[in-house]
Design a protein around this ligand. Sequence first.
Ligand code: NAD
Length: 505
Amino acid sequence: MTDWIAAAAALTPETRLFIDGEFRPAADDATFPTFAPRDGTEIARVSSAGEADVDAAVTAAHRAFTSGIWARADRRERQRVLFRLADLMEEHLDELALLESIDSGHPISDARNVDVPNAIRVFRWYAEAIDKVSDQVAPAPEQALALVTREALGVIGAVVPWNYPLIITAWKAAPALATGNSVVLKPAENTSLSALKLAALAAAAGVPAGVFNVVPGLGPVAGQALGRHSLVDKITFTGSPKVGLGFLGYAAESNGKLVALELGGKSPQVVLADAPDLDAAASAIAWGIFYNAGQTCHGGSRLIVEESIHDELLTRVLAHASAFNIGDPLLADTQIGTIASATQLERVLSYVELARRDPSVTVYGGEVLQPDGLAGYYLAPTVFDGVDNSSPLGQEEIFGPALSVSTARSAAEAIALANDSEYGLAASIWTSDLATAHRAARELRAGTVWVNSYDVADVITPFGGFKRSGSGRDRSMHALDAYTALKTTWIDLGGGTLSSHAESE
Ligand code: NAD
């Protein structure tokens, strides 16, 4: 497909809630608009789930779970259905990519070649895992058998942000469904369309009614109702720290449900004077922050560079930044699309203003753009040089195409600055010295550390943060543990004598 603009105009996206195996409007018929960040126009009005709708979805999910139709189905049946879902996603790759691109502003080439294929890979990967994991037999006394088995938790409430709607949904839904749970997904209000398409494909693949539900809606209404629902066994959340911490409160005030949080970041890219290849570093730094217009939770938004190479590295980073093709996300050669919403653009611009008022900071870029006259949310790659790491530009998550540059006099000072953040999601270190690289990887307080690279990622490794960046881990086989609880079963093999040998509590 080449004319994505015409294809987008011909789309008729599903906009209703998906509850208990069927699409339906909100109980009170409420809707909210979703806008295309490429030109600011309204794409559609989406049904807005209220408390009654969330309750219906959770009740259906709970009913499906307790019926055992999915949780106790033959593992190979779950596997077959999830493989079929991945196949259907592949068959609908163009449509999913278009929905993702028009809703979020991701370049269509990223949506089609990265986002949707990654989401498909995640569903396949967890489908494959279903019959690769065995439970345990504990080393019990001779007259006993002690089994340690994993069981699905029940109803999983998945609340996701707008920056990578389909990938983050897959990170959560795929392992949750693979392990037999039911899921109620609350997409971000400005990016619900690909999730609703996923629901249709899941039903077509054979996911039973009630097992996968999607309730688009406003965060404080639908998100909160899910967080407070007493039949939800776990919330898996990705989004901002403020909202994420709110879910701990909802859990404490309802049923004490489990809460896993994947929150924000202010990830440092540390470049030491002995970096092996400054141009490779500059390219990785530019992609590390400007990819997806900087709206990546682990975007490398701080550059901490050793003083002696500051000027040379900055020149190269600026050269890479100015070479990006920024434009209409629906053009196949666009490399960087838009900021996802007018609100988010305003937020990023407030930091550009802050930087312009700071006499010690030099601002490069920062202009609002209108490629092809489009009134969308486009911003030139922006670099703030001379940032004091302890200032708001060094500490606060901007979540846009903005890089804060600080200098350090030594490797030790660079690592200390990198760790001087309330966040701890990701970090990189560029050095030619093996021992320095290993020491830095240990010392950097971040869930992922890259050495001489940035943003290498795959479902095979866990992803999540330290400190204010959250507590949960998505991806990898560890995610299977996140959606299961351990059960212990003692079996007496010795004619009722087991209890007399039991350890006293
Ligand atoms: P957000 O916290 O505003 O929204 C996330 C989700 O929470 C949305 O579905 C939203 O509708 C819902 N929500 C909003 N207010 C709510 C409330 N009061 N109660 C219940 N639910 C509510 O985040 P966002 O702006 O969509 O996403 C950007 C943030 O997400 C950034 O901070 C970014 O770093 C973070 N993020 C983190 C990761 C990670 O894995 N660590 C990945 C992507 C994004």
